[in-house]
Design a protein around this ligand. Structure first.
Ligand SMILES: Cc1cc2nc3c(=O)[nH]c(=O)nc-3n(C[C@H](O)[C@H](O)[C@H](O)COP(=O)(O)O)c2cc1C
Length: 306
């Protein structure tokens, strides 16, 4: 059984998922100038965000512990709580008065919830990894080390590959090497917008530094009548998803990005790809500080059962 930790800091994780159960850290308000009702509303909104992050929601909360700095605030806290709690899915709850971490905090709430259908219904870790993946919106060190990066690349080349052509090409950019991509991205921008301001160019250069590791992935298509280019592109796209899922399975975050730089020969040259290679993505990798909420796996509108 795997244990998944989300938004981990030096001290703690904001959410931990194990065995189909989601444990959230105690939440306090950001804006502590608010009264207890306002603080409670903020706390409950943060709980909604964290539950969405791990693919569940407030209707699956099992229990809640509420800590009030002053039990005299019980009624005010309850106004915010009752406006928020799902009317058909109220959790077991306890409220006690307690000294909180700082006097500015009036209320702290900790909840335990059932994970979303996908993660609780499927015992296999691979399905859980697929269903709980979402893009990282901020990536920092630690990044996968050399051995882990090799594992990710091996996972990529295990994707289905019509004709076993091995159409994928990778450029792994770590540390200073990322500047090469940044410089090329700035050059592409300058080419597209010749009078672009220096600060904007600097911003473009810094984009390549947004994660500790960037893997540029390209397809090197061969002109074969039996295996059209679209199939070779599909194989490499499947390889990118394999790489991303392997990163998540190892506890790292990722973001697949493209943009005009992906389709410009300047970048091919800078990263050592052939002129005929086509970059399909820059995979940003590292430890996820923040992630996009897990999207609902909606199939009805896009599926016909024949
Ligand atoms: C081929 C491809 C190119 C993408 N390029 C970008 C990009 O340049 N910038 C971006 O913000 N998202 C880009 N995305 C989308 C994100 O990687 C992400 O998958 C999407 O926002 C959905 O969020 P999720 O991954 O959390 O489900 C791209 C996705 C694909 C498949």
């Amino acid at each position: 059984m795997s244990i998944r930790r989300f938004e981990s800091s030096a001290r703690m994780s904001q959410a931990v998922v194990a065995n189909g159960v989601v444990y959230l850290a105690g939440q306090v308000a950001d804006d502590t100038t608010a009264d207890v009702e306002g603080q409670t509303r903020q706390v409950l909104a943060e709980i909604d965000r964290l539950l969405a992050l791990v693919g569940t929601d407030k209707r699956r909360i099992l229990s809640a512990n509420i800590y009030l700095a002053d039990i005299g605030d019980f009624a005010a806290m309850n106004r915010a709580w009752e406006a928020w709690v799902a009317s058909d899915a109220k959790p077991a709850r306890a409220t006690i008065e307690a000294k909180l971490a700082a006097p500015k905090y009036r209320v702290e709430v900790q909840v335990t919830a059932l994970a979303g259908e996908a993660s609780s219904a499927t015992p296999a870790d691979v399905l859980e990894t697929i269903m709980l993946r979402s893009s990282a919106t901020k990536l920092v060190e630690p990044a996968p080390d050399r051995a882990q990066l090799e594992t990710l690349l091996r996972a990529a080349v295990r994707a289905p590959d019509h004709g076993r052509l091995a159409p994928w090409r990778f450029a792994v950019l770590q540390g200073e090497a990322r500047a090469r991509l940044g410089e090329a991205m700035a050059e592409v921008l300058r080419q597209r917008t010749p009078d672009v301001a220096a600060e904007v160019l600097d911003g473009e250069r810094r984009k390549a530094l947004r994660a500790p590791v960037v893997i540029a992935v390209a397809v090197s298509p061969q002109p074969l009548p039996k295996i059209p280019e679209v199939e070779q592109i599909a194989a490499v796209a499947a390889g990118i998803e394999n790489l991303i899922l392997a990163a998540h399975a190892l506890g790292f975050g990722s973001m697949w990005k493209t943009g005009p730089a992906a389709y410009n020969p300047i970048v091919n040259r800078a990263l050592g790809f052939e002129p005929t290679d086509r970059i399909l993505g820059f995979v940003y990798l590292g430890t996820a500080v923040t992630r996009a909420p897990v999207r609902a796996a909606e199939i009805d509108a896009v599926t016909r059962w024949l």
